[in-house]
Design a protein. Structure first.
Ligand SMILES: [Zn+2]
Length: 235
């Protein structure tokens, strides 16, 4: 059954390539322009509601590891799910519509919470210059741009920089990746974030190691606070 469902999903993704105005979730052609899903499938997305919950599972991941103020995730990420299809569309098929939709939904969730009112900047987790060349864009930046459409905060790019030598990390085993994490990023213009409240945005949260390293780098610039927002959280 699971196999059949996977085939069905791949078929829908393939049809979507041929006919872009088809919903990735259910295949209907009742899709608004610039949307990857129909209204019903957007409503049915597995939202976590974590942004409104204090001490939620995302915040707990970083307890004792990173000095953060708030954290949340928009969606639950499970294997062979629509969310997985959408994330791979965003990361590997250059489908920016997915990133904009995730960003808008996350922006709406955050705008509804008073505890996010005082933020100064959104910083998307950067990818290395070599990855920008192969992928063409930074998926976290696209999500941040979607957020900006509904939650009006400036985007701060070129402050946090991803070191290029770590770009082959996916080929390394988990232990090797964790060992090199502290040097994943560096802060280029520390004065830009001094005394500011920052929201760090990423696409998928798994171990939290990447975000932990990014927060550590940001902290060297003495911001007032750093919080985390991710589009999807791996269960
Ligand atoms: Zn649909």
């Amino acid at each position: 059954m699971k196999f059949f469902e996977s085939i069905q999903r791949y078929l829908k993704a393939f049809l979507h390539l041929l006919y872009p105005q088809i919903c990735f979730g259910c295949g209907t052609d009742q899709v608004e322009k610039a949307m990857p899903l129909c209204q019903q499938c957007i409503q049915d997305l597995p939202c976590t509601d974590f942004f409104g919950i204090n001490e939620n599972p995302i915040e707990k991941i970083f307890w004792g590891r990173a000095e953060i103020q708030n954290a949340g995730a928009l969606l639950f990420f499970t294997k062979d799910s629509l969310v997985q299809t959408l994330i791979s569309q965003l990361k590997y098929n250059h489908n920016k519509k997915v990133g904009i939709l995730f960003g808008r939904l996350m922006g709406e969730a955050i705008a509804a919470e008073e505890k996010y009112n005082h933020f100064d900047f959104i910083i998307p987790i950067p990818i290395s210059a070599s990855k920008i060349l192969t992928r063409g864009f930074n998926q976290s930046e696209v999500i941040a741009m979607g957020m900006q459409q509904v939650w009006h905060r400036p985007l701060l790019k070129d402050v946090l920089i991803k070191r290029s030598w770590s770009n082959s990390q996916t080929k390394k085993n988990r232990k090797a990746r964790l060992q090199q994490v502290p040097d994943l990023f560096f802060l280029q213009k520390p004065s830009d974030i001094e005394g500011k409240h920052i929201l760090l945005v990423d696409d998928v949260l798994t171990t939290g190691a990447t975000l932990e390293a990014a927060v550590a780098s940001l902290m060297t610039g003495s911001p007032a606070s750093v919080s985390i927002a991710v589009a999807a959280y791996t269960l």
